[in-house]
Design a protein around this ligand. Structure first.
Ligand SMILES: *Cc1c(COP(=O)(O)O)cnc(C)c1O
Length: 396
């Protein structure tokens, strides 16, 4: 017999979500996640992926992945610390350290898992973490796992951060204090105020932790937000993902050799979860080589993003204050935002709606993720559809 407590819980809660229109239906893709995607037999312009540079489908990377499978097989066979460290993992970590201008780096199975691993390896119940209120879910979970006192500061509010850092420091209650921020915030596309954060960290002796999932491959000529501000030697933890601009899967920490040495003996997903597969690593190494050797894809990404932003603005849409390719189109009302996204989809543009509680009430938006792989024709077509749906729903 299975548990009736569980089935009651699931039935009630699923019903509740569906009633409120908050149950997310997933559309499986019938194609690669490129600039065009096929869903339910129909091609659409894809403005929803994090495949910023189009590398997820790059032919050169596919070849590298296939060659790695031929040489090493499809699985790494063990966790990193037993015998799941292939020479490829070491090569990837060297490439990441060079890419991030740090002494060393450590790779994990995902960006999410990397935050779970890294924060709790260093922080404990006698410590405090100052965390931007809009930080990614994986940072929030990583902080919780560490059992440190979490002190949220208002989004990118440097006065609030300074005040809370001062209070935490002067209280004498904590052994270590860390400040954690996303490098680029994924809902609005704004960039963390890293120069001020680093200054406050120096003033109050804080450990600095920047999760640059959306900045790597995008800002700093590809090297990320920390490099963008010229702060590579002033940030303790540079976190990144290998699944957005890099185009594959995985996560990493780049920093001082001692930090990486510690993470290799104390971060639990490194010790207790099987390492990245050969194909993934080989593709990641190839991807970092491509990004490091030329800014061509990064330049094209920005060109496309500027083109889309300009076009939406000219049509009269509110695109917020993004400083990166992330392009929100703010509709406001939750139900209208969902209808807007649904109509775009029916007309041939796949762009997801994001509403409360992911963003504040009344700021529902359709989020657009242009990539280097989109052509001008695709963006023009998307703008035409935006104009049609915008007029139809009285948004413009
Ligand atoms: C996407 C994202 C992650 C998760 O990365 P995955 O590699 O997809 O697990 C972590 N942190 C931030 C800030 C992100 O945007």
């Amino acid at each position: 017999m299975t548990s009736h407590l569980l089935s009651d819980f699931l039935k009630d809660n699923l019903h509740d979500l569906k009633e409120k229109g908050l149950y997310n239906e997933i559309d499986p893709l019938e194609s690669a996640n490129g600039p065009m995607i096929k869903i339910n037999g129909r091609e659409r312009i894809n403005l929803s992926s994090n495949n910023y540079l189009g590398l997820a489908t790059d032919v050169r990377l596919k070849e590298k992945a296939k060659a790695a499978i031929d040489q090493y097989g499809v699985g790494a066979g063990a966790v990193r610390t037993i015998n799941g460290t292939l020479k490829l993992h070491v090569e990837l970590e060297e490439a990441l350290a060079t890419f991030k201008h740090t002494e060393a780096a450590i790779a994990y199975q995902s960006g999410f898992n990397c935050n779970m691993a890294a924060i709790s390896a260093v922080m404990d119940k006698n410590d405090a973490i100052l965390s931007d209120e809009l930080n990614h879910a994986s940072i929030i979970d990583g902080c919780r796992l560490s059992k440190a006192k979490v002190i949220r500061f208002n989004h990118s509010d440097m006065d609030d951060l300074r005040q809370k850092a001062k209070e935490a420091k002067e209280s004498g209650n904590y052994n270590k204090i860390m400040v954690i921020t996303d490098g680029v915030f994924s809902m609005d596309g704004d960039i963390a105020k890293l120069p001020e954060i680093v200054e406050i960290a120096e003033e109050f002796d804080l450990i600095t932790y920047v999760d640059d999932a959306h900045g790597s491959g995008v800002l700093g000529k590809g090297a990320g937000t920390v490099k963008h501000f010229g702060l590579s030697n002033k940030v303790d933890f540079q976190i990144g993902t290998l699944s957005k601009a890099i185009g594959v899967v995985g996560g990493y920490v780049a920093g001082k050799q001692q930090l990486i040495d510690w993470l290799k003996v104390r971060s639990r997903p490194f010790l207790f979860s099987t390492s990245l597969s050969p194909a993934d690593i080989a593709a990641c190494i190839g991807s970092i080589e491509l990004i490091s050797s030329s800014t061509e894809l990064c330049d094209r990404l920005w060109e496309n993003a500027d083109y889309l932003k300009e076009g939406l603005k000219k049509l009269g849409f509110n695109i917020g204050h993004s400083e990166t390719p992330i392009t929100p189109c703010i509709i406001g009302d939750e139900v209208k935002t969902q209808t807007f996204s649904k109509r775009l989809n029916e007309e041939g543009v796949y762009a997801k709606s994001i509403v409360f509680p992911t963003v504040p009430r009344g700021t529902g938006r359709v989020r657009n993720m242009p990539t280097a792989a989109h052509s001008k024709e695709m963006l023009d077509e998307a703008l035409k559809i935006y104009e049609k749906v915008g007029k139809e729903l009285d948004v413009i």
